[in-house]
Design a protein around this ligand. Structure first.
Ligand SMILES: C[S@@+](CC[C@H](N)C(=O)[O-])C[C@H]1O[C@@H](n2cnc3c(N)ncnc32)[C@H](O)[C@@H]1O
Length: 458
């Protein structure tokens, strides 16, 4: 790996006698790791190498072709860089079972959002935001596949979100950065690196934090992370947050044997993942608390008389309400012919967010009404609250599952007519409508496997 002179000049003094080990580690292949989505998949016996700081994280001996694993598309696991799974420790140590409103501000493609969604209580809610539109769509796809009902995906600039005052108990800013920690995974990051870009990133990070600081509740937690090593974007920005906002830096209880490195040049409790010390990519993390007493929970109910979302007809109602488990805890609503469910406890909050921000997706999209038919949506198939008993299930083999995910035409002559929920290894992969001589493939067109290559077993 060819490191630039400027990078060496900046980084070597931070690492001192560890420099050679660090450079050697950069020459090693980067490990592959996944985080199991326990809400969907519990067969972890096949994975023998746990990521020690994350109870659902595992290393894989080699990188398989995820594209041709139906369980990947079904949201059974997320391919996530191991170091970044440390976010779970912050939630365990500072959130626990509290009911919280969380904002993941820079959320695409969704590694940390899907992780956070798996950690918060059902009464909590996560707003996963991404400013770049096409990345927001990828984020939404990954959120839908993970299947948590209490997530809202938005597509806003941090400045738009900053207009909401004291709304969130926890904000994660996984900031766009100079990406030094990604050098061995992404050679473009090496080419794009420069001292000028580090400075630019630092200023942008400060702007992003300043934009959303007001939306954090007093007593609330700001998690700040980057995938870079330098102190300008990390230690100096944390000090800047202390100086500018009076934020308090919170320590994490991390066992010594995890080898997570402390601050390079400040007295603050901040954390670096370094590739020669931990098995993962470079990552930086700090946890800060906004000072001031937390206030009573904000009431997001609209000021005018509260209108209850009503369904169009009773018969329709009885159909789709049966499609999710614990339906008494959900609000059901319609938008342009599509029906959705969102946890009732946070429905006012959802409506508030919709009135303020650009919505990409939220809750569970149940299906679309077409004439007398109610077509179940793929989001329902992916949902952890799906009531499987409401559908005819059809377990398929890998070949058929991959054909389905390629959106090919399928035939199931021995199965009943109507909507079938296909499963692979017992996990739903999506719906078809079986009309006898063929089955209409309802897999989302934009998500289909596009490659023409097919491995032998597919
Ligand atoms: C490090 S990545 C986030 C990774 C994500 N948290 C995950 O775990 O999958 C940073 C994100 O910030 C977004 N971003 C870029 N410029 C931004 C800006 N000015 N304000 C907010 N977000 C920005 C990028 O599009 C990118 O998706």
């Amino acid at each position: 790996m060819k490191l630039s002179e400027d990078f060496i000049k900046q980084t070597k003094p931070l690492l001192e006698e560890q420099w050679n080990d660090f450079v050697e580690a950069l020459e090693q292949p980067s490990p592959t790791s996944i985080r199991i989505n326990k809400g969907k998949y519990t067969k972890t016996e096949a994975y023998s190498e746990p990521v020690i700081w994350c109870q659902d994280g595992y290393y894989l001996a080699e990188r398989p072709s995820f594209t041709f694993d139906p369980l990947f598309h079904a949201g059974a696991y997320y391919v996530q860089e191991a170091s970044s799974m440390i976010i779970g420790q912050v939630f365990q140590q500072y959130v626990g079972n509290d009911t919280v409103k969380v904002l993941d501000l820079c959320a695409a493609p969704g590694g940390k959002s899907t992780h956070i969604a798996s950690l918060i209580t059902p009464d909590s809610v996560l707003v996963a935001n991404e400013v770049i539109r096409n990345r927001a769509n990828i984020l939404s796809e990954n959120i839908i596949k993970a299947g948590h009902p209490n997530v809202i995906v938005t597509n806003n600039d941090p400045a738009d979100i900053g207009k909401l005052t004291q709304v969130f108990d926890v904000i994660l800013i996984d900031a766009p950065c100079s990406g030094e920690g990604m050098f061995r995974k992404d050679t473009q990051a090496i080419e794009e690196w420069s001292l000028a870009n580090v400075q630019l990133c630092k200023e942008r990070q400060q702007r992003i934090v300043a934009d959303v600081w007001e939306t954090l509740c007093p007593g609330g937690i700001l998690i700040y992370s980057t995938c870079t090593y330098n102190t300008h974007e990390n230690e100096e920005n944390v000090q800047w947050m202390k100086d500018t906002f009076g934020a308090e830096v919170l320590p994490l209880d991390l066992p010594d044997e995890w080898n997570i490195h402390g601050a390079f040049n400040s007295g603050n409790s901040v954390y670096h993942f370094l590739p020669h010390l931990t098995r993962g990519e470079g990552f930086f993390l700090a946890v800060l608390r906004k000072t001031g007493d937390s206030e009573d929970e904000t009431d997001f109910a609209p000021k005018k008389s509260k209108k209850q979302p009503k369904s169009k007809s009773i018969s329709l109602d009885s159909v789709y309400k049966n499609w999710i488990k614990g339906n008494e805890k959900y609000s059901f609503f319609e938008r342009s012919g599509s029906w959705f469910a969102f946890p009732e406890r946070n429905f006012d909050f959802f409506e508030y967010i919709v009135s303020q921000l650009k919505l990409v997706s939220a809750g569970i999209r149940l299906g679309d009404v077409k004439g007398k038919d109610f077509i179940p949506d793929h989001s329902l198939a992916m949902s952890q609250t799906l009531n499987k008993d409401a559908f005819t299930l059809l377990e398929v083999d890998k070949k058929t599952a991959i054909a389905y995910l390629r959106k090919e035409a399928l035939i199931f002559p021995d199965s009943s007519k109507g909507y079938l929920l296909l499963t692979y290894s017992g996990i739903p992969i999506g719906f078809v409508k079986n009309i006898g001589n063929r089955a209409n493939n309802l897999y989302p067109n934009e998500w289909r496997i596009r490659t023409t290559y097919l491995p032998d077993d597919c």
